[in-house]
Design a protein around this ligand. Structure first.
Ligand SMILES: Cc1ncc(COP(=O)(O)O)c(C=O)c1O
Length: 449
């Protein structure tokens, strides 16, 4: 039985409205997370008072359980993510900056933008966090692993040897605060018509010949998570000067297409719209990372100064030398790497340094499982994938034998990794602190160097 209704009873035709109001109010939404709860959390994260103030500002403005939520889009307030991107564009001097939710998603957005996909190869260094290679597989490309050289960054000679007709991109990684040889990489890329995607997760604020790392290749990717020199929480950043690469990266990072000037408009150019993912950055991250990025330049200066002060105080030793640098003034410098003549010597040197009160470490020959060196990337070496079909390794578009994956394939890199002595530099070390650290290294060097 249906209620008898005349057409004119409908509200649309001037009849009385059935739902005048709701009894449920914001108070019924249950647990309400307010400024104090967020700030108690922020306190445990160790944010600076300035960052905490930013968090207070947005949480006090916005109740996350009532509109507008802490999201960038459909939010009447100025977006913190957008502010962070504007700041990043200006600070790095690039045309486009895209905030994302991790360094891995920054890489996946950039790889996708550059055309990595079925049938393509991407050259990554043997010494990098495994995400540089995992993101290639996630975007359906095949990672090709190249040696590092005595700078502890990708070896341009090996890169050139590993180029094939399937190579799409080269990924120099500025590991542990040291810059890769960007002139050599860019030269190779231009000669072979390849894309360069800098993985700058570990060197934010570092430069190469006066230019910010992450702005030299076609695209630059950053992790700006809590574990990095700049960043907090979980976040990433993609930089580029190229509008089309930006659009493609944006498409991958937000398949809902909220980023488009007109979200539901027709595709402006083939390749703009495709089924991407959701890597959008939250407003809270945007607010905090804006503060973090503002400190980048000064922080880089402090680290680099401290690192060079220690280096300048070193004597020379017959068997242990500082790592060769591609640009000592550009290296971020939170690590000072000495290279011993064997893994065993590196271990002894580092242990003796620690006993002298210097924060040092070496993997030595006892190196344990660590996803920063390819020989432990079993997911890749053994081509482990999420289904038994084995895509992309079994992809019919990949018409070549797979790279010869094995734990010994980049012996030079493993040896360099084992011979490295990593000294953690503190950006706040005074001139006197640096002199003491140099004196400790000289003392140990006199016996083990
Ligand atoms: C060199 C390198 N690339 C990529 C990543 C991935 O960044 P995230 O952990 O933010 O996804 C990291 C993180 O440790 C990294 O060190």
């Amino acid at each position: 039985m249906t209620t008898e209704v005349l057409k004119n009873d409908l509200a649309i035709n001037g009849g009385p409205k059935v739902v005048q109001d709701f009894e449920a109010t914001a108070d019924h939404f249950g647990l309400k997370v307010g400024a104090e709860e967020f700030l108690a959390l922020a306190d445990t994260w160790g944010y600076s008072p300035e960052a905490q103030e930013k968090i207070r500002e947005i949480v006090e403005e916005e109740d996350p359980y009532v509109n507008p939520q802490l999201t960038r889009y459909y939010n009447p307030r100025p977006s913190r993510v957008a502010m962070m991107e504007t700041y990043a564009r200006e600070a790095f001097g690039v045309n486009y900056a895209l905030g994302v939710n991790s360094g891995t998603s920054a890489l996946m957005a950039a790889y996708t933008a550059c055309g990595v996909g079925p049938g393509t190869e991407v050259i990554v260094p043997a010494y990098t966090f495994y995400a540089s290679a995992a993101a290639v597989v996630a975007t359906k490309g095949i990672p090709v692993i190249a040696e590092i050289n005595d700078t502890y960054t990708i070896d341009p000679e090996d890169v050139e040897r590993k180029i094939t007709p399937r190579t799409k991109a080269i990924v120099p990684v500025h590991m542990v605060g040291v810059c890769a040889d960007m002139d050599a990489i860019m030269d190779i890329a231009r000669r072979h018509d390849l894309m360069v995607i800098e993985d700058n997760a570990q060197c934010c604020g570092g430069t190469y010949k006066g230019k910010y790392l992450g702005t030299i290749g076609d695209m630059g990717c950053f992790s700006i998570s809590s574990y990095k020199a700049v960043g907090a929480g979980e976040a990433g950043l993609v930089l580029t000067d190229d509008e089309w690469l930006y659009i493609r990266a944006a498409s991958q990072h937000d398949t809902a297409a909220c980023w488009r000037p007109d979200r539901f408009a027709e595709e402006r150019r083939p390749g703009e719209l495709f089924a991407g993912q959701n890597y959008r950055m939250s407003e809270m991250e945007g607010a905090v990372n804006l503060v973090q990025l503002k400190g980048m330049k000064d922080q880089a200066k402090r680290y680099n100064t401290a690192m060079r002060r220690v280096l300048n105080g070193l004597e020379s030793f017959p068997r242990t030398k500082p790592r060769r640098s591609n640009d000592i003034e550009g290296d971020l410098g939170y690590n000072l790497i000495l290279v011993a003549d064997s893994g065993e010597s590196a271990g002894q040197f580092a242990e003796a340094l620690k006993a002298e009160g210097v924060p040092a470490g070496a993997r030595g020959t006892r190196s344990s499982r660590d996803w920063h060196i390819y020989k432990y990337w079993e997911q890749i070496l053994e081509q482990k994938t999420s289904t038994s079909v084995g895509c992309p390794y079994t992809c019919p578009y990949y018409d070549s034998p797979l790279p010869d994956y094995s734990p010994d394939m980049c012996a030079q890199s493993v040896e360099l990794f084992e011979r490295a002595i990593f000294i953690s530099v503190n950006q706040w070390w005074t001139e006197g602190d640096c002199a003491k650290v140099a004196a400790a290294i000289n003392k140990v060097g006199a016996i083990y160097g």
